[in-house]
Write a protein that binds this ligand. Structure first.
Ligand code: HEM
Length: 469
C-alpha cells in the first residue's frame, strides 16, 4: 500500500471502522490493560495498516506498515511531534531529553550529542571494557560456587555502572546503587501506570502511592545533585557528557535553575541509558540459555577477534556475528516496546486520514513480530541480520532505537557496549536459566522480564564440550 492513496468518503468510513469496537465509554481499555502486548499484537494481525483503537477517552492509531513509519519518521517528520504523554512525565523525571520537545529539546540534544558519538565514543571503549572485566570477576564467583545469579538485578547494576562511569565519570557504591535501582523501579512502574490510566492521581495527593513516588524522585534527585555538585567543585575537566551539559548551561547563562536543569538531563539519560541495555542483557541470557550453539558461535568469534587481549573499538567493528545476535535480541524484545507521536496538522496515511492532534502508536515490539514483514517472527534467529537478508527487508520494519528527530541519542553507545559486553561475557561463560521460572516480557515502560530472573553461570568450555558430544 502506498502512503498517498486517494481518500474517498466511503474508504474513510471503512477505515474508521477498521479497529476493535471495545466497550462504550472506555473502549478497549480493560482488554488492553489485561495484556498490552497480546492485545496490540493481536489487532495488528486482525486489522489494517492503521488501526484506530479507543482507549479510555482517547483514540490512538496503531501504525502497522513500514511505509507509514517512513512517512512519520522521515518524509513528513515535522508533522509528528512527541505525543502529550511525554510531557506528562516531566513532574516525575524532570525536563530532560525524554520529555521535552521543540526549542528546549533541540538545545539539550545539541549539547549531549557529541559526548556519545565520534572520537568520544571510541575513547569510552576502555572504560566499558574495564566494567565488563569487573562483571566477569563477579560472575566467576557465582560459577565457582554454583550459586544462582539474579540477572534481573545484576544486569541493571552492570549497565548503570557503564553509563555512570562512561558518561559522568561517576562511581556509585553498592548501597547507593541499590537506592537508585529501587527508586527507578518505582518511577518506571508509575510512568507505565500513568500512560494507560484514565485518571492519574495528582502528585500533591497524600496517598501511599504518591508518597512512595515522591520518595523515589527525591532519592534520585539527591544522588544526581551530589554527582553534579562534586563535579562543579572539583574543577577537573573530563570532557565527558556531564562536562558538556555544564558547559552548555554556562553558555546559555548559569542561574538558579541551572543545577535543576542539569539534574533533569542527567536523570533522563541515566534512565534511558541503563534500563534499555539491562533489559536487553536479561533477554540475551534467556535466549542464549535456550540456544547454546549461538552462544558457542559468539565465543568462537570473540576468540578469533580479540582472544586473550582486551577488545578495542577496532575489535567491535569485527564482531559481526555478535552484532547480529544483539540486533536479533532487540528485534524480539525491543526494550522500549512502544513510542508515540502526535500530528501537528491532519495527515493521510494510505487509506487513513489522521486528524490534527491524532496520537499515533509506533511499536517496535508489534512491528518486529508481524509475519507480513518477518518470517517466523517468534523464532530467535540472528541469521536474519545477515547483510543479504537485511537488504531484502523494508528498512523501516526494524526500529528498536525509534526514528526521526528523536532517534535514540545513545544508539551507537548502546550498540557498542551491548555488542562488546556480549562477546566478552560469552567468551568466558555459558548462561543457563534456572528451571521452574515463568518468564515473560512485561511492558513496564521497558520490556522487563516478569518477576526476578535467576540464571546459573557455567564455564564457557562446558558448552563447547556439550556441543562436541
Ligand atoms: C539497547 C539500548 C537502547 C535502546 C533499545 C534504546 C531505545 C530508544 C528508543 C526507542 C528511543 C526513542 C524514544 C521515542 O521515540 O520517544 C530512545 C530515545 C533515547 N535514548 Fe535510547 N535506547 C538504548 C540505549 C540508550 C543509551 C545507552 C542512552 C544514553 C547514552 C540512551 C539515551 C536516549 C535518549 C536521551 C533518548 C531521547 C532522545 C531524544 O528524544 O532526543 N539510549 N532510545
Amino acid at each position: 500500500m502506498t502512503t498517498m492513496q486517494k481518500i474517498t468518503p466511503m474508504s474513510f468510513r471503512k477505515a474508521k471502522r477498521a479497529g476493535p469496537r471495545g466497550l462504550p465509554l472506555v473502549g478497549s481499555l480493560f482488554q488492553m490493560r489485561k495484556d498490552p502486548l497480546k492485545f496490540f499484537t493481536g489487532i495488528s494481525r486482525e486489522y489494517g495498516d492503521v488501526v484506530p483503537v479507543k482507549i479510555g477517552f482517547e483514540t490512538i492509531y496503531l501504525i502497522n506498515h513500514p511505509d507509514h513509519l517512513k512517512r512519520i519518521f522521515q518524509d513528513n517528520r515535522d508533522n509528528y511531534v512527541r505525543s502529550k504523554y511525554y510531557a506528562q512525565l516531566s513532574p516525575i523525571i524532570g525536563d530532560g531529553l525524554f520529555t521535552l520537545e521543540g526549542k528546549a529539546w533541540r538545545r539539550q540534544r545539541k549539547a549531549a550529542q557529541p559526548a556519545v558519538s565520534g572520537p568520544n565514543l571510541v575513547n569510552m571503549t576502555g572504560v566499558m571494557v574495564k566494567v565488563v572485566r569487573e562483571m566477569i570477576g563477579r560472575l566467576r564467583d557465582y560459577e565457582k560456587n554454583d550459586t544462582p545469579l539474579e540477572i534481573s538485578k545484576e544486569a541493571f547494576h552492570f549497565k548503570l555502572t557503564i553509563v555512570m562511569r562512561s558518561l559522568f565519570n561517576a562511581d556509585l557504591d553498592r548501597e547507593t546503587f541499590e537506592k537508585v535501582l529501587t527508586a527507578l523501579t518505582v518511577i518506571l512502574k508509575e510512568i507505565e501506570k500513568r500512560v494507560w490510566e484514565m485518571f492519574s492521581p495528582p502528585l500533591w495527593l497524600p496517598s501511599r502511592r504518591i508518597r512512595k513516588l515522591q520518595a523515589a524522585i527525591n532519592t534520585m534527585g539527591q544522588i544526581i545533585d551530589g554527582i553534579v555538585e562534586n563535579r562543579l567543585d572539583s574543577k577537573v575537566f573530563h570532557n565527558d557528557l556531564l562536562d558538556m551539559l555544564i558547559r552548555a548551561e554556562k553558555i546559555y547563562g548559569w542561574d538558579q535553575t541551572s543545577l535543576r536543569s542539569i539534574r533533569d538531563q542527567v536523570i533522563s539519560i541515566a534512565i534511558a541509558g541503563h534500563e534499555t541495555g539491562a533489559v536487553a542483557l536479561c533477554w540475551l541470557t534467556y535466549e542464549l540459555s535456550k540456544n547454546p550453539a549461538i552462544a558457542g558461535k559468539i565465543r568462537q568469534e570473540a576468540d578469533a577477534v580479540f582472544g586473550d587481549k582486551d577488545p578495542d573499538f577496532n575489535s567491535f567493528q569485527k564482531l559481526k556475528y555478535t552484532h547480529q545476535v544483539f540486533k536479533e535480541i532487540l528485534r524480539l524484545y525491543p526494550p522500549l516496546w512502544t513510542v508515540s507521536r502526535q500530528t501537528v496538522s491532519a495527515d493521510v496515511l494510505g487509506q487513513h486520514k489522521l486528524p490534527k492532534g491524532a496520537i499515533v502508536m509506533l511499536s517496535p515490539y508489534v512491528m518486529h513480530r508481524n509475519p507480513r514483514f518477518w518470517n517466523n517472527p517468534e523464532v530467535f534467529d540472528p541469521d536474519r541480520f545477515l547483510p543479504k537478508q537485511e537488504a531484502k527487508r523494508h528498512k523501516h520494519a526494524y526500529f528498536p532505537f525509534g526514528g526521526g528527530p528523536h532517534l535514540c541519542l545513545g544508539n551507537r553507545f548502546g550498540t557498542l557496549e551491548g555488542v562488546m559486553s556480549l562477546a566478552m561475557l560469552c567468551q568466558k561463560f555459558d548462561f543457563e536459566v534456572c528451571p521452574g521460572q515463568k518468564l515473560e516480557p512485561v511492558p513496564m515502560t521497558t520490556l522487563r522480564p516478569s518477576g526476578r530472573m535467576f540464571i546459573k553461570v557455567r564455564k564457557g568450555d562446558e558448552t563447547r564440550r556439550r556441543l562436541a558430544a
